[in-house]
Write a protein that binds this ligand. Sequence first.
Ligand SMILES: Cc1ncc(COP(=O)(O)O)c(C=O)c1O
Length: 375
Amino acid sequence: MYVIENYSRLPVSFVKGEGVYLYDEEGRRYLDFLSGIAVCSLGHSHPKLTPAICDQAGRLIHVSNLFVNPWQEELAGELVKEFWTEGRVFFCNSGAEANEVGIKLVRKFFRDRGENRYRIITFRKGFHGRTYGSLSATAQENLHKGFEPMLEGFDYAELNDIDSVKRMIKRETAGVMLEVIQGEGGVNECDPEFLRGVQEICREEGILLVVDEVQTGIGRTGKFYGYQHYGIEPDIITLAKGLGGGVPIGAVLARDEVAKHLTPGSHGSTFGGNALACRAGLVVVEEVRKLLPHIREVGEYFRRKLKELGTGKVKGKGLMLGLELDRECRDIVLKALQRGLVINCTAGNVLRFLPPLVVEKEHVDEAVSVLKDIL
Ligand SMILES: Cc1ncc(COP(=O)(O)O)c(C=O)c1O
């Protein structure tokens, strides 16, 4: 055994995927309602994504960011097109990395004006990644244990409690960072009034609003970006997961006035936004745009079917759904796996469903019937 054992892995090894199905070494078929944790947005072996990746691999994979990159330019343009205002994009390789840039950019925005504002308000049960900045932003002390001290400058407020946000505002506060639906924390939705309140506080205080769209972005919730459900206008959003459909890529989108503070030499990434990753991202964005009504329709159907199970609380939007139970759910995940259904359990007692965005109602029926048996 040579791989570090930092994961508690489930006892199956997948060797092939097709659409919403995965296959193990024995050729057994599994219905994938996890998509590699919201990553394989178009499912597996997609008829447009796979050929595009193969074609790009046959031409050019990587040259570094020392050179002009037309694939980045094109993908950035597509991401900005969906944003509420003019903006620019920085490409990296993962969600944690994107959030690092979000944090750095918030600080740089104020440092460049000579203002000593650097503190960021984040939320209990939130999750922003495992690197030091993103981990410090993650208000879950159990994840900090053994790695202290954390990066200085984060204040933790309660989700959906606007007074707790107001109480956290200090002279040094530079921004607020949140997920509109907390993924790892248990599929916890923000109330629309709460989000509008946060936006108002940011405007009044002249501080930046950062929305971590690593899990909610790129169609997952039925809108291109999750924040679009709530009528808010973030200064920065961070993306990763579904953007590359399985090819690692992350991105930070900031409105122009903020983005210009990431000046030459202030930040960088060797791999970030290479030709292969951006080419994959371009196919994903094009396909996801067409899928948005489908995601909303199948998501609503799935939500109804989960409610009909008559157990637990159904949470989430689009195809980012959770079923909160009154007991631990890891054994349910195992039982589902034995019956050929791949799901996940988060926050201890929330069954989490993140199927590929191409999932159909008949697949939902299949998954719900397995769940019904188990529950
Ligand atoms: C909202 C959110 N932000 C950040 C991350 C970290 O992303 P990555 O694992 O790609 O670093 C995750 C991962 O689960 C996430 O859900």
